[in-house]
Design a protein around this ligand. Structure first.
Ligand code: PEP
Ligand code: MN
Length: 286
């Protein structure tokens, strides 16, 4: 299944750090989130709202995405908002709601941590901790996440090169935690028609250079609800091991990132299409 047999002689200038580096064609780390494995041949879909807003929102959205095949629930309790005047997330109350919905649906949870002082608290509720784009180079946070025994979803910094991204992951591995998933979520370019420029070439590059699983976030990658399905499909075609997508039962009413959230019906339709794309590249949807 390896497209390029020359796994070592990659024609790129990237200096790959040793622990995240891929030593042979079969050197692939499997990351386990609850009973879900990321990095195998089955593609894992993570879905849920940008932010946890209330019990009803989380319950309805979680149940729908589960029914349509999502394997992990996302939802931010601590939100890194560009404006200090916008909804910052429910904090610990949001974590408690995630814990409740996890119990009701059986879905494992991924949620963001922004501060080293919150790691213990967040790790107490989450099955996987997310380090967001804005914190990819927060080295104390990376180290602290490495010391926790939770799998980590590391999002690419919006201004980070592939080399910087891999070095950030290496900080986590250096603490003895190799359960790291890399997430391409778009980078800043001169283009303004989309929120970010989703760098899908990062997928084959990261998979070539690193042993870690690679997933794609087409929601933040485009910032546009209507564009999410096309880029989700493209990500799978490019070799992604999973997707993380923002889904809300009423995107028009979302307190955060509604403009890039698909609704549950759209998610259901997309999952059917993703299945066909996965089969076309000899994979399946978990
Ligand atoms: C998010 O996943 O809600 C988020 C804030 O993502 P990013 O860090 O990629 O902007
Ligand atoms: Mn968001």
């Amino acid at each position: 299944m390896e497209a390029n047999p020359c796994h070592i002689q990659v024609n790129t200038e990237v200096a790959v750090p040793s622990k995240v580096g891929r030593k042979s064609a079969s050197d692939r780390t499997l990351v386990e989130v609850g009973k879900v494995q990321i990095g195998g041949s089955a593609i894992v879909v993570i879905a849920g709202p940008c932010a946890v807003e209330n019990e009803k929102q989380l319950y309805i959205t979680a149940n729908s995405v589960k029914e349509y095949g999502a394997k992990i629930l996302r939802g931010g309790a601590f939100k890194p908002r560009s404006s200090p005047y916008k909804f910052q997330g429910l904090g610990e109350e949001g974590l408690k709601l995630l814990g409740l919905i996890r119990k009701l649906t059986g879905l494992p949870i991924v949620t963001e941590v922004m501060d080293t002082r919150q790691i213990e608290l967040v790790a107490g509720y989450a099955d996987m901790i997310q380090i967001g784009s804005r914190n990819m180079q927060n080295y104390p946070l990376l180290k602290e996440a490495g010391m926790s025994h939770k799998p980590v979803l590391l999002k690419r910094g919006m201004m980070a090169t592939i080399e910087e991204f891999l070095l950030a992951a290496e900080y986590i591995l250096n603490q003895g935690n190799n359960q790291v998933v890399l997430c391409e979520r778009g980078i800043r370019t001169f283009e303004t028609s989309t929120r970010n420029t989703l760098d899908l070439s990062a997928v084959p590059m990261l998979k070539q250079l690193s042993n870690l699983p690679v997933i794609v976030d087409p929601s933040h990658g485009t910032g546009l609800r209507w564009m999410v399905p096309a880029m989700a499909k493209a990500a799978i075609a490019a070799g992604a091991d999973g997707l993380i997508m923002e889904v809300h039962y009423k995107p028009e009413e979302a307190l955060c990132d509604g403009q890039q959230s698909i609704d549950t019906g759209e998610f259901g339709l997309l999952m059917k299409e993703l299945k066909r794309i996965a089969e076309a590249v000899d994979r399946s949807i978990a």
